[in-house]
Design a protein around this ligand. Structure first.
Ligand SMILES: [Fe+2]
Length: 194
């Protein structure tokens, strides 16, 4: 992330929290992320940089998935979202914190997935960590690819992570990409091909 953009992103601190989500097919003409950022920032330079960056991240993500169907979210968070160690019920998730503290994660060997612990905290919330010194934090602009429980062959072994603290004084601007599976005409009963 260029230093000038990093500085300008400080603007975000003064904004009200928001969360915007769009679905798109990156393989269709004219698809982009303006719906996530239109009218949010005062800086055209930052807006254009973010649009370009989100586009590049999405194209990389799609080349991993093998198709272009995505769900994208941009959120300014002023409170901590998921403070417990957990794994997500998704195939693959891309996370990039543009501003503020980045997502915390551990390598699989440091995650304690004992069933008793899972029951105590309901489902996959509340995993334990075998070694606190093994906790890693993403920095602003880092890109995390987190394999979830729904990734083929990965049931029960989703990447263990948690949200860092966020507050009104220390908000986070977080970009998330998830795989959106295309519906077949049979699945949605509209009769049209998707
Ligand atoms: Fe998560």
């Amino acid at each position: 992330m260029p230093a000038s953009i990093k500085d300008s992103l400080q603007l975000v601190q003064s904004l009200s929290p928001f969360k915007r989500q769009i679905s798109l097919d990156m393989h269709e003409e004219g698809q982009g992320f303006s719906g996530l950022i239109d009218g949010v920032l005062d800086s055209l330079e930052v807006e254009q940089w973010l649009l370009q960056d989100m586009q590049e991240l999405a194209l990389d993500f799609c080349s991993l998935l093998g198709h272009g169907h995505l769900s994208a979210t941009l959120a300014l968070l002023d409170r901590t979202m998921c403070p417990r160690w957990h794994a997500d019920h998704v195939t693959m998730r891309l996370l990039c914190t543009y501003f503020g503290a980045g997502t915390e994660f551990v390598e699989n060997r440091y995650a304690d997935r004992r069933p008793l612990q899972r029951m105590l905290f309901q489902d996959t919330q509340g995993y334990g960590i075998r070694d606190e010194s093994a906790v890693q934090s993403a920095s602003p602009g880092d890109v995390l690819y987190l394999k979830g429980h729904a990734f083929p062959g990965n049931a029960g072994f989703g990447a263990v992570h948690r949200s860092p603290a966020a507050s009104v004084e220390a908000p986070r601007l977080v970009f998330t990409l998830d795989e959106a599976m295309p519906l077949s005409a049979e699945e949605c009963h509209c009769g049209k091909l998707h």
